[in-house]
Design a protein around this ligand. Structure first.
Ligand code: FAD
Length: 303
């Protein structure tokens, strides 16, 4: 209840104040910050996926700028020998303005990454984007089979059939690669599971189906029950190490993350950076179970 109230007033609080709570989720505003955090994580045997913050742009000039920023980030990351790949949001390349322009920008980014034998993950955004993002992925996967992957959201009722419908893209030589997450956007009950246990049940059902079909999965969760469920499925199907990894967000559940690494599993952390941190970080704050108490303490005790 309290968290909901705080979440509702977040956009009206001073940006400087929100930054106090946001900075633990973001590597910084500059590419140098992202490199430093990535190197620190790499030194702990943790891979990264780097994301430039920003989404839902309003002009195609912004899309062009965002593409240039990614192209430059890619060279910087490889020149710093970062063990990682890249994540991007199609709406920051104009998905909702001009699908062809968006496709061409993302294609250029993937082409560059493919030159380094690298990999780009297309993040999944809210439900008005789902069909377009799947279509975009299909097109890019045909051209760059080993260099692009997609995100699936277990809370969407359509996800299991989306996985079935994309099975034609899978092959033993170059398996499909998905990141499986719960999903972060507020979606209507008509299309999305709302109950925590129901989402978890579907998450594990999707994960099992992906393992059975020999699809590579990024198991993206901080939820202890899902991590335990994933461990059981890995054991049940004897899933080889090159067919899965765990993934977490920068700044979330580091102790749980380190325990997974100690158990001998591969781990990748999502490392966002950039000046447009507000939208991303308020989503993270809303997910933080201790958000209300932290913010209230800051208001009343730290002034
Ligand atoms: C690598 C990665 C990439 C993602 N990409 C996408 C994407 O493309 N599209 C999309 O819709 N969603 C994406 N997400 C977000 C995801 O959908 C969930 O909203 C988010 O991961 C929280 O779900 P959870 O599985 O951790 O479970 P939850 O039930 O939300 O959390 C489980 C536990 O984790 C801890 N926790 C979770 N979040 C926080 C937090 N912010 N602060 C402190 N503790 C926290 C708490 O202990 C909580 O009880 C991504 C998540 C990850 C890890």
């Amino acid at each position: 209840m309290f968290n909901k109230l705080i979440a509702a007033i977040l956009p009206y609080l001073p940006k400087k104040f929100i930054w106090l709570f946001s900075k633990s989720y973001i590597s910084g505003e500059t590419v140098e910050d992202a490199m430093q955090v990535s190197k620190e994580l790499n030194s702990k045997r943790i891979m990264v996926t780097i994301d430039i913050l920003g989404e839902f742009i309003s002009t195609l000039e912004e899309a062009e700028e965002n593409k240039k920023e990614y192209l430059s980030l890619i060279d910087t990351a490889y020149s710093n020998s970062i063990d990682g790949n890249f994540s991007l949001k199609p709406t920051s390349f104009g998905l909702l303005i001009d699908k062809d322009v968006c496709y061409r920008h993302i294609r250029e980014i993937i082409e560059k990454v493919a030159g380094y034998q690298g990999f780009v993950r297309i993040d999944m955004e809210d439900s008005p984007c789902t069909d377009d993002e799947i279509e975009l992925f299909r097109k890019l996967k045909a051209e760059f089979p080993a260099n692009v992957g997609l995100v699936l959201q277990a809370y969407l009722k359509r996800t299991f059939s989306d996985i079935e419908n994309m099975l034609d893209l899978n092959s033993e030589s170059i398996p499909l690669s998905y990141r499986l997450c719960k999903g972060i956007y507020v979606e209507p009950a008509a299309i999305a599971f709302k109950n925590h246990d129901e989402i978890n049940e579907h998450y594990l059902k999707d994960l099992e189906f992906l393992f059975i079909n020999k699809i590579h999965v990024g198991i993206a969760t901080h939820d202890r029950k899902l991590i335990e469920g994933a461990y059981s499925l890995i054991e049940k199907y004897n899933v080889p190490k090159n067919m899965y990894e765990f993934q977490m967000l920068y700044g979330v559940a580091p102790a749980r993350r380190d325990a997974i690494v100690s158990d001998g599993h591969d781990m990748r952390v999502y490392v966002p950076f950039g000046k447009q941190w507000f939208g991303y970080s308020t989503r993270r704050l809303k997910e933080n179970p201790r958000m209300a108490s932290q913010i209230i303490k800051a208001i009343f005790f730290k002034g």
